[in-house]
Design a protein around this ligand. Structure first.
Ligand SMILES: [Zn+2]
Length: 223
């Protein structure tokens, strides 16, 4: 399933209730769910001709099907320098504060995908299908967001989530502390994206939000 969000921007929920999302911007797939998401992604992509696959960050719920998608569709793999090692080795929880936590070990084992060689390292200011790459670290060392200034569409990754993991209802929140090695830095990344006043915010987790005031209020409340 694909949901049209804006011109040339599609959301691909890979789990029920939009708990985990990937996005298509132009011909570039951003993120690839968990290990078992390959089928869902390939079905959503259908006969579209893609040119690359990029990650917001190399966590198990974003790089899960990356190797499979790149192999099947013959796509180059674009990741930030900070997350390159995790994306290439598939050891995606090693950089978290407590990688031996049972939940993280579970995610590494059942959600994470194989590593895959990174073709291009993305950095601040790069352009991907009309979107500018923003370095928004904290949730991972090399976390990236993608922003299209012309109509204010932001692919935020996991700088913020728009779902309550307990109730599965929509709601803005910081990413879980267990998965966020540098919380103060992630808060600065939240402030940064809120300052852009994006009109449409696309999250790794939860539905798209079209309410710039809500994001601004949330960011203000963090101080
Ligand atoms: Zn995530």
């Amino acid at each position: 399933m694909m949901i049209e969000i804006a011109p040339n921007v599609f959301q691909i929920p890979v789990m029920p209730r939009q708990m985990i999302n990937a996005y298509l911007i132009g011909s570039v797939l951003i993120d690839a769910g968990i290990k078992s998401s390959g089928k869902t992604l390939l079905k959503a992509i259908g006969s579209r001709k893609l040119t690359a696959h990029a990650l917001t960050h190399a966590h198990p719920d974003h790089q899960g099907a990356s190797a499979l998608i790149c192999e099947r569709l013959g796509l180059p793999f674009w990741v930030s320098a900070g997350d390159k090692a995790a994306a290439e080795t598939g050891d995606v929880v090693g950089t978290m504060s407590n990688p031996n936590h049972p939940i993280l070990r579970f995610e590494q084992r059942f959600f994470a995908g194989r590593g895959y060689p990174v073709t291009r390292t993305l950095k601040e200011g790069d352009l991907v299908e009309g979107f500018r790459v923003l370095e928004t670290p904290g949730h991972s060392t090399g976390h990236l967001s993608f922003y299209r200034e012309s109509d204010g569409v932001l692919i935020a990754g996991d700088v913020l989530r728009n779902v309550n993991y307990g109730t599965t209802l929509p709601g803005l929140g910081e990413p879980p502390a267990m998965f966020t090695p540098d919380i103060p830095q992630n808060r600065r990344s939240i402030q940064r994206i809120a300052a852009l006043h994006p009109k449409v915010v696309c999250f790794g987790h939860g539905p798209v939000m079209r309410d710039p005031q809500r994001l601004a209020a949330f960011a203000k409340g963090l101080k």
